[in-house]
Design a protein around this ligand. Structure first.
Ligand SMILES: [Zn+2]
Length: 397
């Protein structure tokens, strides 16, 4: 039995509102009991020396498909555990397993294995609700999802997805026929609805926000914008916005960025950060199975899915014209964001922890080092490499 009282010290502590130099965190029975300046360790506590590094809340990934050679769509116990294990080593202590466009049976099989992992006690990190990405996407913005599985919403089908387990969010293109009843059903189900892989014009997005769309999938990627949607508009009308502009402008929407420095340049991250701030914008990995693996060919989604070539820290579709998901862990995404945008470290960390927790409605329990919350704690070094990760006070990496 581990000591139920833990004292983490000798670190810069990232809090809800800033940083505490030479701070400490006390955890009792898997919950945070105290956060503040370093003092004397409570009597009988296990003392954990953070070595002058950083104590941060565990990262929460809203959008992640795989890593360490496995993908949630593999739908086996070993593969599901492997994805969690790999991402725990990069500081992710809770995540929304993400499915991709596939047959109904394949998505249900993945959700079944994710549920089984959850019921075994989530040994390598917390499984939050599944993020169902597709199959209801716009064919012209399908990205690395296989075209044969991209389709319009069918109620008989999506009913079964909603019944298959907790759904944190669904990514869908709101302009598709039949989107509205799906959006409304998702919100009644307590799920977020994320517009993405979409050609929606600005007004169509705004209408869908009225139905319940409240998030936008991987900002700037696979979405309509003023720069590319003109062909859908009447000639000679002023150039109008798309999903991108709606995400930036509409404060009812949150969004997420893949900040690996491969999908988005510094100036694009800055545009997103300046317009949306660290409370509306989350950092995600959108990682695929090639994350943490040697250069080579890896399928996105199921093993018979689209093959991507992993090289130089990125995954590309075979003809080299597009990126197929990412190969970074959360600590690497947060580090790149911090370095490129130049914001305070606590704000970059917040975008990978408290902001996603809020988006998911779990910020009362997760997302920051605050009294009463779960002791999901990271020990990071000055480069944000992970030395140790704890979930409810149990070491997972
Ligand atoms: Zn994705």
């Amino acid at each position: 039995m581990r000591n139920p009282l833990q004292y983490f010290f000798n670190a810069t502590v990232i809090t809800d509102a800033g940083e505490i130099r030479d701070g400490a965190v006390t955890a009792r029975e898997g919950r945070i009991a105290e956060v503040g300046a370093r003092g004397a360790a409570p009597e009988g506590a296990e003392t954990i020396d953070a070595g002058g590094g950083v104590l941060a809340p565990g990262f929460i990934d809203l959008h992640i498909h795989g890593g360490g050679g496995s993908d949630f769509m593999d739908a086996t116990r070993e593969d599901v555990e492997q994805v969690f294990r790999f991402h725990a080593s990069h500081g992710t202590t809770a995540l929304c397993p993400s499915t991709c466009a596939a047959s109904l049976d394949e998505i249900l099989a993945a959700m079944g294995e994710i549920d089984a992992y959850r019921s075994r006690g989530a040994r390598f990190g917390r499984a939050l609700g599944t993020h169902i990405e597709g199959p209801y996407l716009n064919m012209s913005k399908k990205g690395c999802h296989l075209p044969e599985w991209v389709r319009d919403p069918q109620e008989s089908e999506w009913r079964r997805l909603l019944e298959a387990g907790p759904v944190s969010a669904m990514t869908l293109a709101p302009e598709l026929a039949g989107a509205r009843p799906l959006v409304e059903a998702l919100r009644r189900n307590g799920s977020n609805v994320s517009a993405g892989h979409s050609e929606a014009l600005y007004d169509e997005v705004e209408e869908s926000v009225e139905w319940g769309v409240n998030h936008v999938t991987h900002l700037f990627c696979a979405m309509s914008s003023a720069m590319n949607n003109r062909y859908r508009m009447q000639p000679f009308l002023p150039r109008g916005g798309g999903l991108l502009e709606a995400a930036l402008l509409d404060e009812r929407l949150t969004s997420e960025v893949i900040s690996d420095g491969k999908h988005l340049s510094r100036e694009m991250l800055l545009v997103a950060f300046r317009m949306m701030g660290c409370d509306r914008l989350a950092i995600i990995t959108d990682a695929m199975r090639g994350a943490g693996m040697p250069d080579g060919e890896y399928a996105f989604g199921p093993r018979h899915g689209l093959i991507a070539v992993v090289k130089n820290g990125e995954a590309r579709v075979p003809d080299g014209t597009a990126l197929a998901s990412s190969v970074f862990g959360m600590n690497q995404m947060v580090r790149v964001f911090y370095e490129l945008v130049g914001c305070p470290l606590w704000q970059a960390v917040r975008m990978g922890s408290l902001t996603p927790a809020r988006i998911l409605g779990v910020a009362g329990q997760l997302g920051s080092l605050a009294k009463g919350k779960q002791a999901d704690i990271l020990l990071l070094d000055g480069e944000l490499d992970v030395r140790a990760a704890y979930v409810a006070g149990e070491r997972v990496a």
